[in-house]
Design a protein around this ligand. Structure first.
Ligand code: ADP
Length: 308
């Protein structure tokens, strides 16, 4: 086997009350990534998309993650990576995580799986550090494992895969740019004990609702008094889109990652499509271009499409 092609899904992190600790994977959109073994200890990157991402290994999240992996491999081999991105970088739906996880997962398959899930996430964290200046795993872990994931700790890595009921997600991606640094700069340095209590009560309830498959509790727990109020100003019509989604039958939702995408969860594909229509109607009035997706949650995360 010399080449492995994988499909690495989009992910939604910062799930409302689960800021920096809860994320989930969707089936669509996804990156397609092929990794080939080469006889030189280096990483070469080629993009077959129109996003103009850097092809220098050190400047591409996939390259950074693979270089971290190569440091732990005694073989005198390297990788050639071909990336076809299915989602725009900086969308808030885990574009960087998909490339980093897809690459290290495929490379691990080529090497005969010497590394476990935590090792792969550790390598991919180097890519996230390049993309955002911080090591957060709430996109990486669901991209690798699928479903909902709780990141209890990054150092040391402690990842909890959660069960969840059948869910569909509607995503709207306004074609605007929000700099991660700007989205970070508005975060409060201190929060009141009252808000902290409400946050951890909601996170506990969110985890319980997923495990118990309790949609009503899920709806009640998708609340955030700390991050959403300060970040929603970057997203035109955020409150109106949320209100329209709830009226159309959505369970709840919020800002995807640090935006600009917004996500809403629903019980069925039919409701998720109604939510898509409702959000699109609201957002269209801004005159800003946007893209929407409706997807089932991914139950397995990154998958192999082809060995050759
Ligand atoms: P997202 O939420 O969509 O993952 P991020 O801000 O986390 O967005 O990551 C996107 C940043 O990472 C952009 O600055 C982009 O140029 C950089 N980047 C480097 N390599 C890649 C890659 N292979 N895929 C996506 N983004 C990449």
């Amino acid at each position: 086997m010399r080449c492995v092609k994988v499909r690495a899904p989009a992910t939604i992190a910062n799930v409302v009350c689960g800021f920096d600790c809860i994320g989930f994977a969707v089936e669509n959109p996804f990156d397609e990534i092929s990794v080939e073994l080469i006889n030189e200890k280096t990483v070469r990157i080629e993009h077959i998309d129109n996003f103009n991402l850097p092809t220098e290994a050190n400047k591409n999240v996939a390259g950074r993650a693979l270089l971290a992996m190569l440091e732990k491999v005694s073989l005198k081999k390297g990788f050639k990576v071909t990336i076809k991105k299915g989602m725009k970088p900086g969308s808030g739906i885990g574009s960087s995580a998909a490339s980093a996880i897809g690459s290290v997962f495929a490379a691990n398959e080529l090497l005969g799986k010497p590394f476990n899930s935590n090792d792969l996430i550790e390598f991919a964290l180097e890519g996230e550090f390049l993309a955002s200046g911080s090591k957060h795993a709430d996109n990486l872990a669901p991209c690798l494992l699928g479903g909902f994931v709780l990141v209890r700790s990054v150092e040391p890595l402690d990842i909890v895969r959660l069960n969840s009921p059948k869910l569909f997600v509607t995503i709207i991606h306004p074609q605007i740019e929000i700099k991660t640094s700007e989205a970070r700069s508005v975060l409060p340095e201190r929060i009141s004990l009252k808000d902290a209590v409400s946050a951890w009560a909601n996170v506990g309830a969110l985890v319980a609702s997923l495990e118990k498959k309790d949609y009503e509790l899920l709806a009640r727990s998708l609340k955030d008094k700390i991050i959403e109020p300060v970040r929603k100003r970057f997203i035109p019509k955020f409150d109106e889109m949320k209100q329209a989604s709830l009226m159309a039958g959505a369970i709840g939702g919020g800002i995807a990652g640090s935006g600009p995408s917004v996500f809403m969860l629903s019980k069925s594909e039919g409701i998720a499509r109604k939510v898509e229509k409702a959000i699109a109607e609201v957002f269209a009035s801004t005159g800003i271009d946007f893209k929407t997706y409706v997807s089932r949650l991914s139950s397995c995360g990154v998958v192999v499409e082809e060995f050759s």
